[in-house]
Structure formats: C-alpha cells, structure tokens
Write a protein that binds this ligand. Structure first.
Ligand SMILES: *Cc1c(COP(=O)(O)O)cnc(C)c1O
Length: 424
C-alpha cells in the first residue's frame, strides 16, 4: 500500500493559505533518502551525487540537497544559474547537456563546473569558446545497440541522440590529452526509470571495462566515472522500490573486480539521479470540483496536465489517494481528469477508487521529479504553487503560484498590455 506524507487535517489547514492545486514536498523524506544514497557509496571516498536539476528545478529544494552533500547536474543556462544561486561552484557542478549552445559551455566554465561532452565535435567548440580546454573533461558514452538487463528491462541506445561511439571516445580522449586535459571522466545514461537493483552495477561494469581500456590505450588518467541517472522508483503500489544499499554494494563489487585490480582504485564514482532523489518526496494535491456521468464516470479536479504531464505524455501511472478515505473500499471506477481541451488530460483512466465527493482532496503520488518541472501553460492554465512540508511539520511556500500577470508578462509589447494585466 502506498501512503501519503500529508494527512487530510494538514491539507485542510494548508488550503486556508494556499488553495489547491499545489505540489507539496517532504523535507524529511528528501534528507533521509539522500543520506542513504551517501551511505550506499560510502566505500568510495570521492563519491558525489549530482542532483539532476531538470527533475525539480527549485532552489529551496536544491539547497536541502546541497546541505546533504549533493552537487548539481545542469543541462541549460538557467539550470546553471540555479546552481550558482544556491552557492554551488567548481566541482559541485556537472554540465551534462546535448545540442549545446556555446555560451552555455562558457557559463559552465565560468562557474568552474565540469563539462561533460555529448559529442566529439564539441571539443573544438569548447576550445574556441573558452580559449583552451579546462583541465578536467568528461565524455558521454553511447554503446549503441540494445541494452539488456537481467530482468529484461532494456533500452535502445542505438536510437538515442546522446553520447559518443566507442571509437569516438577513444579519439576524443587522445585529442584532449594532447590539448592539455589532465583529468578525465566517463559518463553514460542508458535506461530511464529502471526497476530492481541491476542497472547501476551492470552499467558500472561496462564503464569500468571501458575505463581500463581507455587508460591502457590512451594513457590518460581517469579520475571519475559518472553513472548518471536512471534509478527508478515504484510508481505502482505493487512495485518494490530500488534498494540503494544493494545497488551501492553491486557497484562496489564491480569496482574491486575491474578497476582496483587494474590499479585504478582512485577513481571516483558520481551519480546524477533526479527521479530517485526527489520523485517519491513530492505529490500533487488537488480538489475534486466536478463529476460527470456519461458513457464513463468522470471526476474533474482543479489540477490538469499542465501541472503534471507524465500521465498525458507517457501514459505514466501515478497512484491516487483520496484523503480521509484511505481505508474505504475502492468500489468505483473513474477517469480522473483535468480541464484541458485535450482528451489525454487524464491523471487516471478506469481507476478503482473510493467513492469521491465534490470537495474531496486527492493526492497524486510521486510527482517530486519530472512533475512540476514539465509544466506548461497550454489553455492558459497557470503553474501551481510549490510548498515544502518541513521537518518540523510546518509548511513553507517555495514557489508562489503563477498569476495571469506572470502569464501575460511577455506581452508587454502589446499596445494595450495594461488592459491584460490590470485585472490580475
Ligand atoms: C534526466 C537526466 C538525469 C536524471 O535522470 P533520472 O531518471 O531522473 O534519474 C541525469 N543525467 C542526465 C544527463 C539527464 O539527462
């Protein structure tokens, strides 16, 4: 059974100040989980988790992760600016982007961040943009083909736009060594939202073997290996979550077997998790405002896909709890929908839930990563607020809700702009 980190009584209190819908985050859960990640990799002295900022680009939440020792994985100018704003600098910033505009390489370098090259052609671009290559450089690897894990989960790196081929990465390391780069890193992100504990250990073994060959054949010093993101979370109530301690132990085993025996026991392990760090520790709280009985039973809520796109975009499952009805039988079959003029604006389809009454509060689970962040403004729907349930139980506003004035702000060139904003 999936439980919520907020109760009906707490929500009733919160809505007196902050109306639904809103995303709510759980500070205690975020910290507990981050500490476990560091425990899982404590065998590796240089270990660092670079939180993937794109998953939850909120500086208040980034601050919490920074306090827990995390750095930040950025992939755009504004993500770099967020990392800067929370005081991250130097090796606390990883810049893993693709199709990168040159000015973003400059910003990453200005902050002292580590540049992780997506493509061999970027060597020349970075050199030109910065005058010379930084002392530390990383390359993203794409093994091609199909990536299969023992539990059958796989993805198709051969079809993905990211990273360099094996041949290119050898070539890139040779070129960069010649141009004065001293410390090298390898990065790969092959499968998203994996279940079970196999993905990191399997990927680690692949990258460790590559690292040994790169060192032997090009003579470079490999200082870190970045396993990137991809560790999944149990969105469904019948799924078991990843055991990060087992994952850490699996990577440790591969490390000793492949790297240590080859004299590479000083390699640091990095991760760039987004979903695993934040996903379960956020939820979307929304209110039932309409019911409709046609060919199917519909519950209309005050949130929509503009607040959480995953169900519409990927058909993703997000568990729903009707607050105060946790123990009621799931006797009704509903489509839970938002107000967008798009028929895929459904948080749940044919979901068995307790009987919902108008005014009931629904918690949509696991929206802490790739939730608010993927929000958009279609239909003129505005972004919700983001709230933080602090460790002491109090609630803090960490992003106010968007207003019509915010939404219209880029029309300040329209002749009667005042008319648009005067009522908001
Ligand atoms: C999206 C992304 C991540 C985070 O992925 P999760 O699945 O959220 O862990 C990490 N690194 C890069 C380069 C990414 O694009």
């Amino acid at each position: 059974m999936k439980t919520t980190f907020v109760t009906l009584e707490e929500v009733k209190e919160i809505v007196k100040t902050y109306p639904t819908p809103f995303h709510l985050y759980d500070e205690a859960g975020i910290r507990r989980n981050a500490r476990k990640v560091y425990e899982a990799f404590s065998w590796n002295p240089g270990f660092r988790e670079y939180f993937a900022v794109k998953a939850t680009p909120n500086p208040f939440l980034m601050q919490i992760l920074k306090e827990e020792g995390c750095g930040f994985d950025c992939s755009s100018m504004t993500e770099l600016q967020l990392a800067d704003a929370v005081g991250a600098h130097g090796a606390e910033i990883m810049f893993s982007s693709n199709d990168t505009p040159p000015e973003e390489f400059c910003k990453a370098a200005e902050l002292g961040g580590i540049i992780n090259l997506d493509d061999i052609t970027h060597i020349g671009i970075v050199e030109k943009a910065l005058g010379k290559l930084p002392e530390t450089m990383s390359c993203r690897f794409n093994p091609g083909g199909v990536y299969q894990l023992s539990n059958g989960i796989m993805d198709n790196p051969g079809d993905s736009k990211y990273g360099m081929t094996q041949e290119q990465i050898f070539e890139a390391f040779r070129i960069m060594k010649e141009k004065g780069v001293r410390q090298f890193g390898i990065h790969a992100f092959l499968v998203s939202n994996t279940v079970g504990n196999d993905y990191y250990p399997t990927l680690a073994a692949t990258l460790f073997e590559l690292a040994v060959r790169l060192k032997e054949e090009t003579g470079v010093h490999i200082s870190f290996i970045n396993l990137s993101g991809g560790v999944g979370i149990p969105y469904r109530p019948d799924q078991e979550g990843a055991d990060i301690l087992k994952i850490g132990a699996g990577v440790h085993e591969a490390y000793d077997r492949i790297l240590r025996v080859n004299g590479m026991g000083d390699v640091k392990i990095y991760t760039e998790m987004g979903r695993f760090m934040m996903g379960p520790y956020g939820c979307l709280v929304t209110k039932a405002i309409n019911e409709k009985h046609i060919y199917k039973e519909y519950i209309g809520v005050d949130a929509c896909a503009a607040n959480l796109m995953r169900p519409a975009m990927y058909g993703a499952y997000h568990h729903i709890t009707v607050l105060g009805k946790e123990d009621a039988p799931c006797s009704q079959k509903y489509d839970v929908v938002g107000a967008l003029c798009e028929n895929n604006d459904k948080f749940a389809i044919d979901r068995m839930l307790p009987k919902i009454d108008m005014g009931d509060f629904l918690v949509i689970h696991d929206t802490g990563a790739h939730g608010f962040a993927m929000g958009y403004n279609y239909n003129g729907r505005l972004w919700s607020a983001e709230l933080l349930k602090k460790e002491d139980g109090s609630v803090q506003l960490i992003r106010r809700a968007q207003t019509p004035k915010d939404y219209f702000a880029t029309f300040d060139i329209f002749p009667v702009y005042e008319k648009l904003t005067q009522t908001s």
